[in-house]
Structure formats: C-alpha cells, structure tokens
Design a protein. Structure first.
Length: 346
C-alpha cells in the first residue's frame, strides 16, 4: 500500500504537474543505437539504408517499472547528400497505464567542408499522443486508516477524466561535425516547449532538452582476414560522451567501447561526479554486442544502479538493441568517397 501511495506522488509530478514541475525524456544507455532519437543530424548517417529497434526496461525491481521502445528506418540519398527517416517512440508506466507514443519524420543534409571534414544538419517534426487511465490510483484520502479499506476516487483529480488523452506536435534540430576519427555535435529537442497537461486550462510545459555528443576513435592493429569478404577485421578503441540538460536536470554519460570484430564491449558511467543541489550519480553500464558482416548488429546492456535508489530496490535496467544496415538501390550509384561518421556501435 505504501508503494502505491508513493507512486501517486510520482504520477502527480509527471502528469498533473503545474508550471513549476518539469518532466524528463526517456534515456537510452545505448544511445548511438537510437541515432534519430539522439540527434536528427544522424538521419542517414550510415550512408546506407538502416532499420533498428530499441527496448528498455528500467527499474524492474519496483512494483511499477518503466518500459520504453523505439523503432526507426532511415535512408541516405547520394544524389542530394541527404538522409530521410521515420521514427516511432513509446514508453509506458504501469501505475496509471500512462503511455506516450510518438511518430516523427526527420531529414538531414551532409555538407563537405574539406577533404576529410564534414558537417551534418538535421531537423525532426513529430506527432505525440499521451494516454492515461487513472481508475487504479490510490490517494491517501481514499484509505480508511482504522480498517485499511480503500474507497473510490472522488474529487482528488479535480475533474480530470479517468480515461484521458492529449496530443501535440513536437520539434527538434541538431548538427554534427565529423572526420575520419572524431565526431562532435549537439541537438535541441522540444523547441516549442509544448503543453503536455491532461488538465483543461492548465499548463505543464515539456522543457527543452539540450544535448552534446562527441568522441574519438583509435584504430588498433587489424585482425585477420574475414572468411567471406577477405577484408582485415577491424580492431578499434573509442572514447565518447553524451551530455544532456533539461530544465533543472543535467547528466553526463561518459565511457569507452572496444571493437574486436565482430565483438563489441563497452563500459559507461552515467551521472555528474560533483556536488549539486540534486544527487546525480546514477549508474555504471556494461555492454556486449556483435556486429556482423551481414549488416546485423545486436547489443545488450545492463545499468547497475549506484544512486540512493540502490541496486537492490531498483533492479537496475535492461536494454536491447537490434539494427540491420544494407545497401538499397543500384550499387553503381553509391558515392565511393562517402564518409561514414566513426561513432560508437551502440
């Protein structure tokens, strides 16, 4: 019962918030495996056709965990130096059957600055729908402290329908510089700061999210020749970061990935190891993945909670990504001098 009551506080914070309360976006530990979600400038960045899916189960140790998913497809058009993409995002919180679903269109243009330096700029427009069903909520005023019986919801929701739905448009933009061994970019999401409140005549702004991404790739001595392609297998070590700020919250992901074709191993730290008004040490993340010559990439990561929520209570977080990259169209039309961003595999 206590967990349900505490859950009400989280719900009110996230759903029925006034203007002084701010929400945060879903975050993926394998953020480079969700490129269109990370930065619209990455649309078409593989310079091939790419289809991918992501699933995240956060804090399964709690009674009401958070489930998030993303799916996308993008394609690069060499004749126009442009990438186009379609993305679907969704998340669900079980306490109030709250779900958020988004479908968006994205576009990016690649500009060549010099022989080995490129800049990509992109934008995204999305339609977002939020649904909630409040009949299973338990408020403190509904509980009989003498015998423990739970009554029905009366005026706790102030006229909010038990089955609520709200839709709005959302916009994002981003850019990225990159060369043969480095990348650096940034993105701005929720540019118009849309209203997300279920309460009529109330405002609950979805605050802008600003992010910076960057990294450097070190090529190691190549491995043996691949049995099918007869090419030397890639060996590389990459270091990268992803900084995010949204309203009063900020966060830094920093880590490394070792690529020993076809195996990928990664280790991340999420948080800001300094003293702020809000605690900001969240998790240590381990990743293992395979990247096959067929174009199929599969990754699994686990978040080990190091915040005050602690690992025993939260159960950490599980995340799975699947991506397939292929060449669609006439191979002769492909630009042989294309430069693919040397980003993390995941």
């Amino acid at each position: 019962m206590l967990k349900k009551i505490l859950g009400i506080g989280l719900l009110i914070f996230g759903l029925l918030a006034s203007t002084c309360l701010k929400a945060q976006d879903v975050q993926y530990s394998q953020f480079y495996s969700a490129p269109l979600y990370l930065n619209p400038a990455l649309t078409g960045a593989s310079e091939l056709t790419r289809v991918g899916m992501n699933y995240r189960n956060q804090w399964p140790g709690l009674d009401h965990s958070f489930n998030s998913y993303s799916a996308y497809i993008d394609h690069y058009i060499f004749d126009y130096n442009s990438g186009i993409g379609l993305i679907f995002n969704g998340n669900q919180e079980s306490l109030a059957n709250l779900s958020t679903n988004e479908v968006g269109l994205s576009y990016a243009y690649r500009l060549q600055i010099s022989e080995d330096l490129y800049f990509r700029i992109g934008a995204q427009a999305s339609f977002v729908q939020r649904d909630a069903f409040f009949s299973d909520l338990v408020f403190g005023s509904m509980i009989d402290i003498v015998n423990g019986n739970v009554g029905v919801i009366t005026d706790e929701l102030n006229g909010v329908p038990l089955d609520s739905r709200y839709s709005f448009m959302d916009y994002a933009a981003g850019g990225m510089f990159y060369g043969n061994n480095f990348w650096f970019g940034g993105a701005l999401h929720h540019i118009s700061e849309p209203n997300t409140s279920f309460v009529q005549d109330q405002i609950s702004v979805l605050p802008q999210k600003f992010s910076l991404q960057g990294g450097y790739k070190i090529n190691l001595a190549p491995g043996g020749r691949d049995f099918f392609t007869h090419l030397y297998q890639e060996r590389s070590l990459s270091f990268a970061f992803n900084y995010k700020q949204q309203a009063p919250f900020n966060q830094l992901d920093i880590g490394t990935q070792l690529y020993l074709h076809p195996l990928v191993l990664g280790l991340w730290y999420r948080g800001l190891p300094t003293k702020y008004s809000l605690p900001n040490n969240e998790s240590i993340i381990g990743l293992v993945g395979v990247s096959l010559e067929s174009g199929l990439d599969i990754g699994y990561s686990y978040d080990f909670t190091v915040s005050k929520l602690n690992q025993r209570n939260s159960g950490g977080a599980h995340e799975i990504s699947i991506r397939y990259t292929f060449l669609w169209g006439d191979p002769r039309s492909r630009n042989q001098r294309s430069r693919v961003i040397p980003c993390f595999k995941y």
